[in-house]
Design a protein around this ligand. Structure first.
Ligand code: NAP
Ligand code: 8YV
Length: 325
């Protein structure tokens, strides 16, 4: 029997690609543009494997609609705001993502970024490397500390819970905002983000991207967080109003911010790069070899499961009801 044709538009983790090649025929194009294939090739495609978080790799409804035999899109990454899952559902196309296997790594990074932000550890290291320990003396005492802080988590899902568990062990009180209260979770719940921000001085955003969270962390939320406030964003850059954040960091509306994600990656506003009260990472929260390999395996395993059993291992919510032919 001929192997199913899987389209890889743009870059994909090499381990995912080599596992897919073992079982399928791979068709590669530079980006998700159906016009890069001729019609007979478009008609052969039964699956797509695509990475998330790369600006040029958005999978929109028009692209999904260009492949009459398309059954599944296996996405690398847990966030899938780069692809139109609602349109996929309406076309009967399964979408899978890579949840859980990255939660602990991302939570570790979120806590590290929080500590870097309040204790200025990257700047202290730069001080040592620049010879200032010798030439000037000790690095100045930090205004920031975790002691006495209270943490609000925006997005108490799989990763939010893993972050909360870690910070609970640090002795910090935790509360959260989701659209719905989470059953069996005892942390304090706030019905609105601004209410949460008012109640805490440390806000960690690990909510998904997309229209429902776009610029949710706005000027009002930052004002509510207050002058000793710290914002950490490991969710999606689009969730924060970057202009409002830049202004809030500059005028002392909040104390500092730690960011792993940005609205228009890999472009980072110059004002953030220059801000001494911002700690910045290039979207690396899941970026260890261990975790990225586990994510790559899950992309391949979703495709294998789908074509063998008509079920995906980790379907996204919008397409969870879809089964294979
Ligand atoms: P998850 O388990 O689905 O959790 C997401 C949480 O956000 C849910 O509890 C959800 O609760 C809440 N939420 C969703 N939309 C909301 C809204 N409009 N308002 C308030 N709360 C909302 O997902 P996860 O596995 O924890 O991953 C979360 C996100 O982290 C991903 O989508 C991705 O964007 C990001 N991420 C980033 C990195 C990185 O490298 N920086 C790595 C992994 C993940 P309700 O549905 O009840 O609102
Ligand atoms: C990805 C992420 O690794 O899973 C997500 O949602 O943001 C990261 O873990 C990143 O999107 C690279 O593809």
């Amino acid at each position: 029997m001929s192997k199913a044709a899987i389209l890889i538009p743009g870059r994909l983790h090499p381990h995912a690609e080599s596992r897919i090649r073992e079982a399928f025929e791979v068709v590669s194009i530079a980006r998700p543009d159906a016009m890069l294939l001729d019609e007979p090739d478009r008609e052969r495609i039964r699956g797509i494997a695509v990475a998330s978080g790369i600006r040029a790799q958005s999978v929109d409804g028009e692209f999904l609609g260009a492949f009459p035999k398309l059954e599944i899109v296996a996405s690398f990454g847990v966030g899938y705001d780069h692809l139109d899952a609602a349109r996929a559902a309406s076309l009967g196309i399964m979408v899978s993502n890579t949840p859980d296997v990255l939660s602990e790594e991302v939570a570790d990074t979120a806590v590290a970024l929080l500590i870097n932000t309040v204790r200025e550890l990257p700047m202290a290291e730069a001080w040592l490397r620049q010879g200032k320990w010798h030439s000037v003396g000790s690095y100045p005492l930090t205004k920031g500390t975790l002691r006495g802080r209270s943490v609000g988590i925006f997005g108490m899902g799989r990763i939010g819970l893993a972050i909360a568990k870690r910070l609970e062990a640090f002795g910090l009180p935790i509360s959260y905002h989701n659209r719905r209260k989470v059953d069996g979770v005892d942390y304090g719940y706030h019905e609105s983000l601004v209410e949460l921000a008012r109640a805490v001085d440390t806000l960690i955003s690990i909510a998904p991207g997309g229209t429902s969270t776009e610029k949710a962390v706005n000027a009002e939320v930052l004002r509510a967080l207050g002058p000793s406030g710290v914002l950490i964003n490991v969710g999606r850059g689009t969730t924060v109003d970057e202009d409002a954040l830049i202004a809030a960091l500059a005028d002392g509306t909040i104390m500092s911010a730690g960011l792993d994600v940005f609205a228009n990656e890999p472009d980072v506003p110059e004002a953030l790069i220059e801000a001494r009260n911002a700690s910045l990472l290039p979207h690396v929260a899941s970026a260890s070899m261990h975790t990225r390999t586990a994510m790559a395996d899950l992309v391949a395993d979703n495709l294998l499961a789908w074509f063998r059993t008509g079920r995906a291992l980790t379907p996204v919510r919008e397409t969870a009801h879809i089964t294979g032919p």
